[in-house]
Write a new protein. Sequence first.
Length: 282
Amino acid sequence: MHELIFFSMFLLVLIRLVGVIVSVNFYYESKSNTYIYLTIGWSLWIIAGIIALLSAITVDQTLENFVLLMNYLTGPIAIFFIGSGLSSYYIKISSYKIKLFSVVLIIFPFVINFSLGIVLVALYARIFQFFGITIVFLLPFLKYTTFKERIGKSIKWYYLTCFSILLYIPLAIINMLTPIYSGSFQSENIIIIVGAYSSIIIMTILLIAFIIHLEYTITSEQGNQLKDKYSHNLGNILQVIYSSADLFKRIVKIDDNDKVKLELIEKKCNEAAKLIDEIRNL
């Protein structure tokens, strides 16, 4: 393995670790299945990277093939879970179907390996990851209105991530068309190495930034909706109290002591109304 590939893979593992930390943190805040999928995806992607690094120090051919098989197994599953997590922001995803498809993704590489060999497993992994990444970021255009309303201001990070994928696509195609060892972890072509891994690193960083920005956008929007809802309801309640006090004062004969109490109620209602206005303007 070229030193530049080793360094790039090590850097990718660290970046993916950030993805795990971010996803776990958001899960504890939201308890959303979205971040379960993302956490699993990032974790498997880290494992795939570590396995790739292990292939650099493996000298036995049989062991090396097994290590590569594990890489080709975990990579597509990682992409699948990350894609499922991202898609769940704007469409409903069945957890049963995710589990079922995960089992298929685990079994399929072994079937290919035993029947056709490691070379075709590598080709399968490349094709799946290429189309998986592409489909995940093109799919929102089929439900663009819903998607745009859901992600709000995070749309710019989505476009940036899509642009990085456009840079990655031609390099991924070249990688798929090259022999397994010259196009994967054993390449000595500096241009291919720099182009392929720099695009993946940029894409991964932008993806994490997109997830972070999207979560804060959704949280902020939900906060605004709750703020509007409760301030509106409280305003209605205060209006009823104020109107009732004013009506009571007009139609019922009351002494000065009761009149002072009613005026105090009206005063507190006005103060509460001002506080509600301040909350609405936050």
